[in-house]
Write a protein that binds this ligand. Structure first.
Ligand code: 3PG
Length: 213
């Protein structure tokens, strides 16, 4: 689906963004369709495998209902390659000025990572209000995010890293959390076996986690 998105709008679409690692681009269409069938439209395919860019192209082309983006975008080159592959947004574990500028030049919405007050203030200064809180569990988890809401309420987050169906609601209940991200919806062995039924079930269960009111 081609839409004019902002990073803020992106993290408001659903309660969970799957963080996907894919080894075979031929599995991308089936995977994207399985997630969409389960009610998940925003898909983050990480640039952690040689197949990632081709998988982004294949998922976007074959599943127009999906909003397909690139994860693990570390620099301007990654951002350019992701945009060329058809990514509609970029996610990064951190933030550099170069990456921020490259995504602005490309018109590619960026969800950059920030966990400390200084990192969040730097991101806000660069115009990024929607942020990834990564690695969430080892950076203080929901308690840290709740504490940051007090001085920095204008920053809104998609925490990722160590999130599971067991703790997702702790994050989703926070005033400054719009959604969570995680790899649990797309287990490697399910992708390998093309067990799309299982992935649709995991997506349905993730959607049922709900969103903050
Ligand atoms: C990410 O890039 O956001 C994380 O690798 C996802 O973390 P998880 O595997 O703990 O869900």
């Amino acid at each position: 689906m081609h839409v004019d998105l902002t990073a803020e709008a992106l993290i408001d679409i659903g309660p969970v963004i799957p963080v996907i690692q894919i080894r075979d681009p031929e599995q991308a269409p089936g995977l994207a369709r399985a997630l969409v069938a389960g009610g998940i439209r925003v898909l983050e395919i990480t640039l952690r495998t040689p197949a990632a860019l081709d998988a982004i192209t294949a998922a976007a082309a074959s599943c127009p209902e999906a909003i397909v983006g690139a994860g693990t975008v570390l620099n301007a080159t990654d951002a350019e390659e992701a945009a060329r592959a058809g990514a509609q947004f970029a996610v990064s574990p951190g933030l550099t000025r170069e990456l921020s500028q490259a995504c602005a030049d490309l018109g590619l919405p960026l969800l950059p990572g920030a966990v400390t007050a200084t990192e969040i203030m730097t991101a806000l200064d660069l115009g990024h209000r929607a942020l990834k809180f990564f690695p969430a569990a080892t950076s203080g988890g929901a308690a840290a995010l709740a504490a940051l809401a007090s001085p920095l309420p204008q920053a809104v987050f998609c925490p990722t890293g160590g999130i599971s169906p067991d703790n997702a609601r702790d994050y989703l209940a926070l005033s400054n959390v719009r959604c969570v991200g995680g790899s649990w919806l797309t287990p490697a062995e399910a992708i390998e076996k093309e067990d799309w039924t299982r992935i649709t079930q995991l997506a349905q269960a993730a959607v049922a986690l709900g969103r903050p009111g």
